[in-house]
Design a protein around this ligand. Structure first.
Ligand code: 5AD
Length: 339
């Protein structure tokens, strides 16, 4: 909980999500951009993303890495390969590595701890983990090994929708409770939602955004839902619901803008999913609507296509020095300072 007064009520959040008037939308986006400039300045923080395993034991109805997807190619990076990525990231002057994977049982407690220790020893990079739902003993061991931050999206605050898209084969897991525990362990926590999941109402999305405030999130990552025909949610016709949130650029920008207004000091990325549906333009618009973080992809070229959480995933920025230089130039062109 934060002591600050809430900048917008849930009703106000909801009415902004429903706004369609272009002038009113420009006002909202401009207000978020001003809050961003005042609170976190012109810096764009770069974080190097490495997708260390595409194995997953879960059955999330929207995700191409779900265990039942037999067409998915599975890989798991060797430690040496991960360390080489970390060294490249550090050499390029980026301060953070983000380790992301499906829920891969082979990435066990000791294996991940070794990876964290090895990265710290070689580079001193800040380490962000995005490895899903795990036992507290895992989270604790990784924190002790030196991990700094943990990303765990709650995806939706609507419990009925949540359980429909996250079939379980094990005991229930409360992501809100986990986020609180992760914070108590000393992690900087991040969360967020997918925008426009079939069955997501504007009303529930307003509650999601209010929760970003109530949880006092220091990092908020949200992006549009991208249908994947290799998944149940992407293939079967969904019943049309009233009040469905569209999975589009404008809805995603509204969520970013409202996240910024409710959490002025948070780190908010312009996500890969947004670049996937809206291209370069999506990435830039997000940075002008409240976002202040970019996560260029440093997964080795040979693996990258196989981390297919949804089809045609944009490569936000290839890990080549050349591409990164280009990215830094683009940022300078819009008056922002890559960090
Ligand atoms: N569309 C958009 N985002 C997705 N993710 C997984 N599958 C999809 C999809 N089909 C997101 C989830 C997860 C993050 C790593 O990727 O929100 O938390």
């Amino acid at each position: 909980m934060t002591a600050n007064p809430k900048p917008l009520t849930r009703d106000e959040i909801e009415s902004r999500l429903r706004e369609e008037d272009p002038q009113q939308l420009e006002r909202l986006f401009g207000a978020a951009d001003a809050v961003r400039a005042r609170h976190v300045g012109e810096a764009v923080i770069l974080r190097g993303l490495v997708e260390i395993s595409s194995h997953c034991k879960r059955s999330c109805a929207y995700c191409g890495l779900r265990a039942q997807n037999k067409s998915a190619v599975r890989y798991r990076m060797e430690n040496a390969e991960i360390f080489a990525c970390a060294e490249r990231i550090a050499k390029l002057g980026i301060g953070t590595i983000v380790l992301q994977a499906g829920e891969d049982p082979a990435l066990d407690r000791d294996r991940v701890a070794e990876v964290i220790l090895g990265i710290k020893e070689r580079t001193g990079l800040a380490v962000t983990l995005s490895l899903g739902e795990r036992e507290d003993a895992d989270y604790e061991a990784w924190r002790r090994a030196g991990a700094d931050r943990y990303l765990l999206r709650f995806e939706t605050s609507d419990p009925e929708l949540y359980s429909r898209i996250h079939p379980r084969h094990t005991a229930p897991f409360d992501r809100f409770a986990a986020l609180h525990r992760l914070r108590d362990m000393g992690y900087e926590i991040g969360s967020g939602v997918m925008v426009g999941i079939p069955g997501q109402t504007v009303e529930s999305l307003a509650r999601d955004i209010e929760l970003f405030f109530e949880l006092g999130l220091p990092m908020i990552g949200s992006g549009p839902y991208v249908p994947d025909p290799a998944t149940p949610l992407g293939i079967s016709p969904q019943p049309e619901i009233e009040d469905q949130v569209p999975a589009d650029l404008i809805s995603s920008l509204k969520v970013i803008a409202l996240s910024r207004i409710l959490r002025p000091d948070a780190n908010i990325p312009s996500t890969t999913a947004l670049a996937t549906i809206a291209g370069e333009n999506g990435r830039a618009r997000a940075l002008e609507t409240g976002a202040n973080v970019l996560m260029p992809n440093f997964t080795p070229e040979a693996r990258r296509a196989d981390y297919a959480i949804y089809p045609n995933k944009a490569v936000l920025c290839e890990a080549s020095d050349h591409m990164l230089e280009g990215l830094r130039r683009d940022l300078s062109d819009i008056g922002r300072i890559p960090r």
